[in-house]
Design a protein around this ligand. Structure first.
Ligand code: A2P
Length: 269
């Protein structure tokens, strides 16, 4: 018989919910997803991020993560890179079902439809883990009431990094409630830069060359009708911003809606 007392449950600081991991999926050696339970009091708008992490040496170690699940989901989902010497992701990549993760109680962010003026087509442009907020937005019925078309354009280095490709290509069109809502409206446009794939190249080049518009059968970006969200690396955001502003797009924010909004795909370590 072991009389040792059970390890005390970790004390969760008041700014966080302690949630239980329910699912982990490793896409590649650089990318993984996990799901956890959701406190009934955790409310967010599709596209927002929260501070997420682990208790390390009795203290919270957290980074900003976009919520990848829709607002109606009873669980929460996140998409993360893995960096072997990254302070958080070197640990977070080892989470297992049943482990406790910290979820900050105050989600926020700019990638919300309220920050955009009404328009015809919503372009959701991402590189890498920048896809996360769009995984939430693309499953939100309200988004399809606001826009005639919703384009999710995801660019990654390798085909295996096209996380959730099957969600867009197979599961959402067949979904019992969302299938009808997204039919004819949701367009998924994956591209790959460092391996052969049906669409190769950076999103900036695909826009400049006009290829993305030809492939999708949509007119070239125009601030009169199009609304754009950007979520990628600093370099991607900077180059896309310049491209959009060169075409007359104006950045929106929480107090003044515009024709595009931008947020960094935060965690790089
Ligand atoms: P590339 O392979 O040409 O660098 P990362 O994994 O480094 O975050 O990159 C994710 C994707 O973003 C890659 O396909 C990468 O293309 C692309 N990318 C990197 N920088 C830019 C940029 N300035 N504009 C557009 N896409 C970019």
């Amino acid at each position: 018989m072991n009389d040792a007392p059970a390890a005390p449950a970790p004390v969760i600081p008041a700014a966080y919910f302690g949630e239980r991991v329910t699912w982990v999926h490793h896409w590649t050696d650089r990318l993984f997803s996990f799901r956890c339970t959701r406190d009934a009091a955790f409310r967010f708008r599709a596209g927002e991020f929260a501070m997420i992490g682990l208790m390390v040496n009795g203290k919270p170690l957290v980074r900003a993560y976009s919520v990848a699940s829709p607002t109606w989901d009873e669980e929460l989902e996140f998409l993360s890179i893995k960096v072997q010497d990254g302070p958080l992701t070197s640990r977070l990549q080892h989470v297992q079902v049943g482990d406790t993760v910290l979820i900050g109680k105050k989600p926020t962010g700019t990638l919300v439809t309220d920050n955009l003026l009404p328009g015809r087509t919503l372009w959701l442009l991402a590189t890498g883990t920048g896809l996360a907020p769009y995984l939430s937005l693309a499953r939100e019925p309200d988004v399809y009431e606001r826009y005639e078309k919703v384009v999710v354009a995801h660019t990654v280095r390798q085909v295996a990094e096209l996380a959730h490709r099957e969600l867009f290509e197979r599961d959402l069109p067949a979904h019992e409630f969302l299938g009808e809502i997204v039919a004819g409206k949701l367009l998924y446009y994956p591209s790959v830069t460092r391996e052969p794939f049906r669409t190769q190249g950076r999103i900036t080049d695909l826009i400049e060359s006009g290829r993305i518009f030809a492939d999708l059968g949509l007119p070239a970006l125009d601030p009169a009708h199009d609304r754009v969200m950007l979520c990628g690396s600093e370099a991607m955001n900077r180059d896309c911003k310049a491209l959009l502003e060169g075409r007359g797009f104006v950045e929106g924010s929480n107090n003044s809606p515009g024709t595009y909004v931008v947020e960094k795909a935060f965690v790089t370590k």
